[in-house]
Write a protein that binds this ligand. Structure first.
Ligand SMILES: [Zn+2]
Length: 265
């Protein structure tokens, strides 16, 4: 029954076990290629394989693309990127004067060459764009990532659950701790409960102890951040802290536009 590749179409196995295809009369040899999109698995997506591991099921090659697309969609959903940020990619990031270091470090994290990155700087300096862009690169590389806006994340922690999360609270927190890349955007002076703050400290500490990739963006200085977190951010030998000194994007754009108008005149 096994064909030359060593696989046996699952349909044949089922037929052998007494299962009948409803149109069994049509499974004539010359009709077969027209009837199935995949002649290896007979469109079941699985193959019964007999090898050193014994008899088991294996995914058929014909399902590869569909499986990949499904996995990517799942990773994208689990990442929880904010809506309307599709164009926040590293490719579309404008490297303005003063942002070169931040951008280069972001690329290093995106490529898996740097584990921790803390981006510090004023509002609208491009930190969130870089954080989202890094997460998108990880998804492109088929690696799970999770984005979290810290104020909302703390709120979630405080409530203990998210009705639409599809995971229990413990599973969620486990995911935050262990996901391949975590982006904590906009770490601020939180007005959360001490318990939620404690959870955030625990999360950062866990990822520090296990050297798991983390990106933190903040408007604060190290002195303003919770000491347990700032000490980890500064001590991580596998990370970088970049202080952005570029002007705000809106100011920079306004200045550039007024300059180009001057040129036009
Ligand atoms: Zn197949």
């Amino acid at each position: 029954m096994a064909n030359e590749t060593g696989f046996q179409a699952l349909g044949q196995v089922l037929a052998g076990a007494g299962f009948q295809r409803t149109q069994s009369g049509k499974i004539a040899s010359e009709a077969r290629s027209a009837e199935y999109k995949c002649n290896v698995c007979h469109d079941l997506g699985w193959l019964s394989v007999d090898d050193a591991d014994g008899n088991h099921l294996e995914r058929c090659e014909c399902m590869k693309e569909e499986d990949e697309a499904r996995r990517r969609a799942l990773f994208l959903r689990l990442c929880r990127l904010p809506l309307g940020t599709e164009d926040r990619t590293l490719e579309k990031f404008q490297v303005r004067p003063g942002l070169e270091k931040a951008y280069n470090a972001a690329r290093e994290v995106a490529e898996g060459k740097l584990r921790w990155l803390t981006l510090m700087g004023g509002v609208d300096a491009g930190k969130s764009h870089l954080g989202v862009g890094i997460a998108r690169k990880w998804l492109e590389r088929d690696r799970p990532a999770r984005y979290a806006a810290v104020p909302e994340f703390l709120d979630e922690l405080r409530k203990g659950y998210r009705p639409d999360a599809g995971m229990s609270y413990d599973e969620e927190f486990y995911f935050y701790k262990n996901v391949d890349l975590l982006v904590l955007d906009d770490l601020g002076m939180e007005s959360s409960t001490p318990w939620a703050q404690e959870k955030l400290d625990m999360l950062v500490n866990f990822r520090y102890e296990n050297a798991l990739p983390l990106v933190v963006t903040t408007n604060l200085t190290m002195e303003q951040i919770s000491p347990r977190i700032s000490s980890r951010l500064q001590r991580a030998t596998f990370g970088k802290v970049v202080v952005i000194k570029a002007p705000e994007y809106r100011l920079w754009r306004a200045k550039r536009e007024s300059k180009s108008e001057e040129i036009r005149i």
